[in-house]
Design a protein around this ligand. Structure first.
Ligand code: FEO
Ligand code: CA
Ligand code: CA
Ligand code: CA
Length: 666
């Protein structure tokens, strides 16, 4: 219940003011250490990063755009896992993307020629994506990277990765590289994350679709392939975001980014290469020579993250997942086998048991505050009778998860980002970051419903406009508190807004101490149970503040179903109103929601993990300075964080500790 989780000892700090400073601001009494920046070497053989675009060797350096991450404790000797150890551990983190303008000696601007790319630049960019595993140790005061650790490694968009689960060896993932469909190369656009009770890391592939060179789908002769491409990649021809298929040197490692059919069959070209992305990937950080496994039972989408529900012996493992795109869905995976604690010390073999065999569900929200989890498999006649796409088998359903979710009439959401499960109540919290089309554009994914009710939002300077630009956080409670239930109830925990917005827009009554926009990262402390961290990736409120992290103590799912009508007439707006009744949590206040951190210019705050004693948290600062437009004079870069002066900005991991040695967030 609410009283049980409202730990009075938490949130005893002064809220950090909104600001536009080019630095990380935290409450007084806390310290920030920069631990792991773009380009930092992960071994003693790689030179320090010069940061002028000349550095190479990204297979042995921190990648760019640090994102989701998890800390896994290891024993004091540094030889094996001990998930309880707070002073030595492995930090696994995603490198989602890159700020390309700062990657090369000659700064690339948006107008560069994607049809002809230097192979050396492509190689560097491919290696700057993926995942880092680094060993860190706590010294007398600060953490440092152990550059001699045998566990340190980079997994990149080029690393060999095995395909596991129902899609392994499926025709739809056969390529010239793996004619049996057993493996692929790379993990890509790794956004949020997850973890397993046996100490492995889950990295989730989000916006992979944009990287591929593709034909206009209308030119494809395979109508099912065309339907897949339309649903996941759009129908227009593209060279891919960075032109990786258009190398000046012809080689298989560049051809593989081109999904245009060119051979006689799928085993002679890379028409299926994109089908090998969009998955959750399991990595065993404690077995550095192991090959990661794409866990295809979790479905294929723009995977934001995959966070587990409460782990209970004798119950299935359950994972909650968002598909971050406008009008996409919320999913959950329920393992067939019940969790057996004797598997705690396993590795990827244990993953085979729990993560390759289970049921995938998609969420359908009803306007009465209830909802259903709908199974996506050949056992569901709504799937098998779908007119738009004819599924051949379970593998086909999983490769085409979005089509299957369309088939069962799931609820299109306002861009589902991170999921988190309250460790005491089991309630599920999901950030819906924003959807500028909601209530505005035409089409099913833009129609208002009670779970995505936002119609009016306040523009930067008091101008009322349409669309949900500030986002909200939805909360779900499984019926009977059973994580494998097929029904749930829901309410909206929190609406983003600026504090001075109209009361019909600032629905959660946010103040200067806690107003925010575009919630994205969300993480429940496993130490201070009841403490939730909320991070923003905002492009809307950035005239007033850089992106931020808040600390919250949420209550419980609103059993009473107290309703609130929103979208009432906004005085300054002449538009006709469409009122929606929804279920609104009322617990947000200045005492249980406070701004804890504001980042440097141009960044988003994303990725958070903690040591098992809760005395250190790790937070990622992603793409500071990404809005830089004047590349001719380094003094004019939007940000110089963290190296200051006229340095190129760098994504980086920071460590936050409390000066009195206490729990972070207390
Ligand atoms: Fe990579 Fe949905 O943020
Ligand atoms: Ca991002
Ligand atoms: Ca995100
Ligand atoms: Ca985002």
């Amino acid at each position: 219940t609410l009283s049980a989780v409202a730990a009075a000892a938490l949130l005893d700090f002064d809220s950090v003011p909104k600001n536009l400073d080019d630095m990380v601001t935290v409450p007084s009494g806390y310290s920030v250490q920069v631990l792991y920046r773009l380009g930092d070497p992960i071994n003693s053989f790689t030179s320090d990063y010069i940061n002028d675009g000349s550095d190479t060797d990204f297979n042995y350096r921190a990648g760019d755009h640090h994102d989701g991450m998890s800390y896994f404790g290891m024993n004091t000797a540094g030889t094996a896992k001990d998930l309880t150890n707070s002073s030595r551990g492995l930090l696994c983190m995603n490198h989602e993307n890159m700020t390309q303008i700062f990657m090369h000696t000659v700064a690339q601007n948006a107008a560069y020629d994607k049809t002809s790319r230097l192979s050396s630049e492509i190689d560097k960019e491919v290696s700057a994506h993926g995942v880092s595993v680094i060993e860190i140790q706590k010294g007398s005061s600060e953490f440092s990277i152990n550059k001699s650790s045998l566990f340190n490694k980079r997994i990149t968009a080029q690393t060999e990765i095995n395909i596991y689960g129902p899609v392994k060896n499926h025709d739809l993932v056969k390529t010239k590289y793996s004619t049996t469909g057993a493996k692929t190369r790379g993990t890509l656009n790794n956004c949020a994350n997850g973890l397993t009770p046996w100490g492995t890391y889950l990295t989730c592939e989000e916006n992979w679709a944009g990287y591929f060179k593709r034909p206009a789908s209308s030119t494809l002769t395979d109508t099912k392939a065309q339907a897949t491409q339309n649903r996941y990649m759009g129908s227009t021809a593209s060279d891919g975001s960075y032109g990786w298929a258009n190398s000046t040197i012809s080689d298989d490692i560049y051809d593989r980014w081109n999904v245009t059919p060119s051979g006689a069959s799928q085993t002679e070209d890379y028409r299926n290469a994109a089908n090998t992305f969009g998955w959750v990937v399991e990595i065993d950080p404690f077995n550095p020579t192991s090959t990661p496994r794409k866990r295809t039972a979790f479905g294929r989408m723009g995977h934001e993250g995959a966070m587990p529900g409460i782990i209970t012996s004798g119950k299935p493992l359950v994972y909650y997942m968002g598909d971050d795109s406008r009008g996409e869905y919320i999913y959950k995976y329920v393992s067939t086998l019940n969790w057996d604690e004797t598997d705690l010390n396993g590795g990827l073999d244990v993953g085979d048991k729990y993560l390759d065999d289970g049921k995938l569900y998609v969420a359908k929200f009803s306007d009465d505050g209830s909802g259903q989890w709908l199974e996506l498999s050949m056992n569901n006649t709504d799937v098998t009778s779908y007119a738009t796409y004819s599924f051949a088998d379970l593998g086909d359903v999983l490769v085409n998860t979005r089509h299957a979710a369309d088939a069962v009439d799931a609820t299109p959401m306002d861009r589902p980002e991170w999921t988190g499960v309250h460790p005491n109540t089991g309630d599920i919290y999901i950030t819906l970051t924003n959807n500028t089309d909601r209530g505005k554009a035409s089409g099913a994914s833009s129609e208002l419903d009670s779970a995505n009710p936002r119609y009016y939002t306040d523009d930067k300077n008091g101008t009322i406009s349409k669309g949900n630009v500030n986002g909200h956080v939805i909360r779900m409670q499984e019926v009977g508190n059973d994580a494998s239930a097929t029904a749930f109830n829901w309410d909206i925990y929190l609406f983003g807004a600026q504090s001075d917005a109209d009361e019909n827009i600032n629905i959660s009554k946010l103040t200067d101490d806690n107003d925010f926009s575009s919630p994205d990262g969300l993480y429940f402390s496993q130490v201070s149970k009841g403490l939730m961290w909320l991070q923003t990736d905002d492009g809307y409120y950035t005239d007033k503040t850089n992106c931020m992290m808040l600390a919250a103590i949420p209550g419980t799912y609103n059993d009473g179903k107290s309703t609130q009508i929103i979208n009432k007439a906004v005085p300054s707006n002449g538009n006709a109103d469409e009122t929606i009744t929804t279920y609104v949590g009322t617990e947000a206040s200045t005492t249980n929601l406070k701004r804890f951190l504001v980042g440097p210019k141009g960044c988003e705050i994303t990725g958070i993990t903690e040591t098992p004693d809760g005395k250190a948290i790790f937070v990622n600062i992603q793409h500071p300075g990404e809005n830089t437009s004047d590349l001719s004079d380094s003094a004019n870069f939007e940000s110089h964080w963290p190296d200051n002066g006229t340095a190129r900005p760098r994504s980086a991991t920071i460590v936050i500790t409390k000066n009195d040695g206490g729990i972070v967030g207390s």
